[in-house]
Design a protein around this ligand. Structure first.
Ligand code: MRU
Length: 337
């Protein structure tokens, strides 16, 4: 088992976060009490993963009023709320977190202890995610019919959540119970969350793994090397359509063709109860530089046109089950408004 690591921690009125853009070659922690710096960290994917973005934003919003006088309290809060709201559009956890903090702020803004009250709410939000991750892992054990080899996409572990992760928590619990023997991790172009982050977490947890580029998943399935696929989600519509890292939909289609179960694991905070289907999910388009460069090195000229959505939507009929902290839902999905 490798050295302990964490994605974020709140200590001495500061947020400490692991800069995920440097992993796995460098483990650099950043300390900040500045919501602007934390907003930038979310935009640059120093802090990433749907639940973690929400938790970081909740702390950042609390920090925005740490030293605010009564005169500027509301203005400071609203500025920070709007700034954090603009960071990334797809993960609904961000908006859930900001709205929960805002509700507590509105109800208590005349209190002398407003910073402490809002901070307590952020801490509670963080703790709830830790508990949800644990329960997702436990509920997910039911999907393993035998000792399995799992394929996963992007990063869904401690680096993406407050706790042990979503899909990763299922894999970790499965491994501890002897139900997962090997993991294939998609590299996850273009930002390499699989190659850089999932590999880091699998290694630290002592789970045997191999990395393959996204285009190699079909061959692994054709050669009967994959028993099931588990991925996370950034936003789930009421009918179960699930947005996740670009390339997830490819896997769901491949699983359907090869008759391999395809699961999504996510906390219920990832369900957007305002949208009926996945067509309403706003998909973030990333800067073309992320495709034209690799680790800062230019590999194609800047004038090339690119197509660079950060997420895709998997239609719910391709999802064998959605593993949540409550239970495993199966098709047809009818999440309640
Ligand atoms: O762009 P990212 O790295 O924030 O995308 C993350 C993902 O797509 C994860 O799979 C998703 O947030 C689920 S994490 C528990």
């Amino acid at each position: 088992m490798g050295k302990e690591y964490f994605s974020i921690k709140f200590e001495n009125d500061n947020l400490i976060f692991l800069d995920q853009t440097k992993l796995p070659l460098e483990e650099k922690y950043v300390t900040s009490d500045d919501y602007e710096r934390i907003s930038e960290a979310i935009e640059k994917l120093e802090i990433r993963g749907a639940p973690l973005i929400g938790i970081a934003a909740a702390y950042a919003l609390a920090l925005s009023i740490k030293n605010a006088s009564k005169e500027v309290l509301i203005e400071k809060f609203n500025l920070a709320f709007n700034r954090l709201h603009r960071t990334r559009p797809t993960a609904v956890n961000l908006f859930h977190a900001l709205n929960e903090i805002k509700n507590v702020f509105e109800a208590n803004k005349n209190s002398e202890d407003i910073y402490q009250i809002v901070l307590e709410k952020a801490k509670q939000f963080h703790q709830e995610d830790i508990d949800k991750c644990e329960r997702i892992g436990f509920n997910g054990l039911a999907i393993f019919k035998k000792k399995s080899t799992v394929l996963t996409h992007c990063n869904t572990g401690k680096l993406a959540t407050g706790g042990d992760g979503t899909a990763f928590s299922v894999i970790k619990k499965g491994f501890e119970k002897g139900l997962v023997e090997f993991v294939y991790a998609d590299e996850t172009r273009p930002l390499l969350q699989g190659l850089r982050l999932t590999s880091f977490e699998l290694e630290r947890n002592g789970i045997p793994f191999a990395i393959q580029s996204d285009s190699m998943a079909a061959v692994l399935m054709q050669q009967s090397k994959i028993d099931l696929v588990i991925a996370g989600a950034d936003r789930i519509a009421l009918n179960g359509d699930s947005a996740n890292k670009i390339g997830t939909y490819n896997l769901a289609v491949l699983c359907n063709y090869h008759n391999i179960p395809f699961y999504i694991a996510a906390p219920t905070t990832t369900i957007d109860n305002k949208i009926a289907t996945g067509s309403e999910i706003e998909i973030e388009i990333r800067n073309k530089k992320e495709l034209l460069t690799i680790n800062g090195i230019q590999v194609a000229p800047n004038h090339y046109e690119t197509f660079s959505p950060a997420f895709d939507v998997t239609p719910s009929h391709l999802i064998s089950g959605i593993i949540t902290e409550d239970k495993i839902y199966t098709f047809p999905y009818n999440f309640i408004k």
